[in-house]
Design a binder for this molecule. Structure first.
Ligand SMILES: [Zn+2]
Length: 230
């Protein structure tokens, strides 16, 4: 395994031990000292939140249930299986989108079972429309504000390679190559997925975690809606 890949796998696993999500203010903070195990709630943490200044419960971010996918990403990268790393990196992104929809609904006092029903019943593009409706912005613009303007573009590139595999069973990519005869011309060439694709998907997954940490924080607070006067 190349040093680059090893370094990025390490970076990705480290992230999972650093971020936590505050149950009081919804701020997602990268500070491992906040992850103090709560003896009364196994699997959760309790510490003073630097954002809302309360002694409060925290959970892992990304959520614990998603950890198995991160482990699979690292294992697939170590085994040099680019297509698996690509597929799983898209799974992480889509799970984070799902979590954002859940958060937007739940922070507007929607019952958890209704949040779950909506998340289950909507496909990816409908979730994107819900995000747009409830935040006033498209996810691409939320990612840009968070400092990750290339994230959605990279997602499209990775999805293109993933979908090509899902529909044909052939893990290939298309690259534009300069003609050896006349350098003014380029032509598309099919190539097998390689270590560069693994690197791209690992970096994309790391950026996805950082980006959604900021977006989740921005929409972490509960939205109080005034009851209408009848
Ligand atoms: Zn807090």
């Amino acid at each position: 395994m190349s040093r680059d890949i090893k370094e990025r796998c390490k970076q990705l696993l480290e992230l999972l031990k650093e971020y936590s999500d505050c149950w009081t203010c919804g701020e997602v903070i990268k500070d491992s000292s906040l992850l103090v195990p709560d003896p009364f709630n196994p699997g959760l943490f309790r510490s003073s939140c630097p954002k809302c200044n309360t002694e409060t419960t925290k959970c892992y971010f990304p959520p614990k249930a998603l950890r198995i996918v991160f482990d699979m990403i690292v294992e697939s990268a170590e085994l040099n299986r680019p297509i698996l790393v690509l597929v799983l990196s898209c799974t992480v992104f889509e799970a984070m989108v799902e979590g954002l929809v859940f958060r937007l609904l739940e922070r507007r006092h929607t019952y958890p079972e209704i949040c779950e029903a909506i998340v289950d019943a909507t496909e990816y593009h409908s979730k994107m429309r819900i995000i747009h409706s409830l935040t006033g912005e498209k996810l691409r613009s939320l990612a840009t504000t968070a400092g990750y303007d290339k994230l959605l573009g990279t997602l499209e590139e990775i999805k293109h390679k993933r979908n090509s595999f899902l529909h044909t069973g052939v893990a290939m990519k298309v690259e534009m190559v300069e003609s050896k005869i006349d350098k003014l011309f380029t032509f598309p060439q099919h190539k097998e997925l390689d270590v560069e694709d693994i690197k791209q998907a690992l970096e994309f997954t790391i950026d996805t975690v950082h980006c959604f940490a900021k977006v989740y924080s921005e929409f972490g607070k509960y939205v109080y809606i005034d009851e209408p006067d009848y």
